[in-house]
Write a protein that binds this ligand. Structure first.
Ligand SMILES: C[S@@+](CC[C@H](N)C(=O)[O-])C[C@H]1O[C@@H](n2cnc3c(N)ncnc32)[C@H](O)[C@@H]1O
Length: 193
């Protein structure tokens, strides 16, 4: 499983602890928030060490070739900056990069949580539309499809369900009910010719 824009890596760390037979890779362009957990995974198991996790400093625009075809699952939770811009606008080059690291039939989950008021400046700066189900269906679905991702499910996540996301940002945002959480799940298929 590969988590892109993993932040402090908490989602990856907790998932790896719960599923010792799966291998987890957390990727983020910014290594600073990852310092704590990327040190902890190398400790002895009794002290929080985990043999089934790897953290990687890389931007989604520049994912290492070694990741090609390895992911059965890719997660992108609460992206911001260029990662948000790419998934919310359906940027073809970035989606192709993400598709490249997927095994056949892999699942991609994207969770977006924007507040139209508080995030107004960022939404404008990135030139992204406020994500809606209509935007996913009419604009993103064909763009994702052309790069080899068939969107098979999408919807909103009501506030009581946010904690099940187990990421630091899900915790940080809870309580702000202006924020609409939107998710999509896509399956890796053959890209359009
Ligand atoms: C709001 S944080 C979310 C962190 C984590 N997924 C969570 O839910 O707690 C967004 C993360 O996306 C990362 N990010 C932004 N642009 C990126 C890019 N182009 N490539 C990789 N990571 C990126 C940021 O460094 C940041 O850690």
């Amino acid at each position: 499983m590969i988590d892109i824009g993993t932040g402090d890596g908490l989602f990856v760390y907790q998932s790896a602890r719960e599923n010792p037979k799966k291998f987890y890779i957390g990727v983020d362009a910014n290594p600073r928030p990852l310092e704590k957990l990327s040190e902890k995974i190398h400790r002895k198991p009794a002290k929080g060490g985990l043999p089934n996790v790897l953290f990687l400093q890389a931007a989604v625009e520049d994912l290492p070739q070694e990741l090609n075809g390895v992911a059965d699952e890719v997660h992108i939770h609460f992206p911001w900056g260029s990662l948000l811009q790419a998934v919310a606008n359906g940027d073809i080059t970035t989606l192709q990069n993400i598709r490249r690291i997927c095994a056949p039939q892999a699942l991609l989950e994207v969770v977006l949580g924007l507040d139209p008021e508080r995030d107004r400046t960022e939404i404008k700066r990135l030139q992204i539309p406020l994500p809606t189900i209509e935007h996913i269906d009419s604009t993103l679905a064909p763009l994702y499809r052309s790069t080899g991702f068939e969107i098979c499910e999408r919807g909103t996540i009501p506030p009581p369900d946010w904690p099940r996301l187990h990421t630091s940002w899900a915790k940080r945002l809870k309580g702000n009910t202006n924020r609409a959480l939107l998710y999509l799940i896509a399956r890796a298929v053959e890209p359009d010719e």
